[in-house]
Design a protein around this ligand. Structure first.
Ligand SMILES: [Zn+2]
Length: 151
């Protein structure tokens, strides 16, 4: 059989973050889902609000008993972004682009955009983005965003 190494999933992923916070009581269900590369947001079954990152209570109605993680596309639109040229820590390679993305599901998330500086046009506020993943050594995966136009 001609079964060579075919690892297209990880090919082309140029970066892996040095440190990612450990899961806590609130974020554990979110991080567990990332092990299957499922992006989830927190939904309140009492009032219907959707929030991210996960919190102990619904920021809309205050309920603590009706929060659940639900699957989300993770797709959205760039709300604002900054290109970092000076690394705050030596293990980070520059440039990289940190963005606020407004998800189709509603919440605004902090994320990284890849590639950091695409072409001459660069990133623009309002660009449509889709979610992708980079695998962490501990089995979790970290979501980031890339252009919906070139994906
Ligand atoms: Zn609520």
């Amino acid at each position: 059989m001609n079964a060579g190494p075919m690892n297209a999933e990880t090919a082309g992923t140029a970066w892996v973050p040095g440190t990612v916070p450990a899961a806590d009581e609130n974020s554990a269900p979110f991080w567990d889902a990332t092990r299957e590369r499922r992006f989830t947001v927190q939904s309140c079954t009492d009032c219907g609000a959707v929030q991210h990152p996960p919190k102990a209570l619904c920021t809309s109605c205050g309920s603590m008993e009706h929060l659940t993680q639900v699957d989300a596309s993770g797709a959205g639109v760039v709300d604002t972004f900054t290109v970092v040229h000076r690394a705050p820590r030596p293990e980070l390679s520059v440039p990289y682009t940190v963005a606020r993305v407004r998800l189709d599901e509603g919440p605004v998330v902090l994320t990284r955009l890849e590639p950091a500086e695409p072409g001459e046009r660069g990133w623009q506020i309002g660009d449509a983005v889709t979610l992708d993943w980079v695998d962490l050594k501990d089995g979790r995966s970290l979501p980031y965003h890339r252009s919906a136009a070139t994906h």
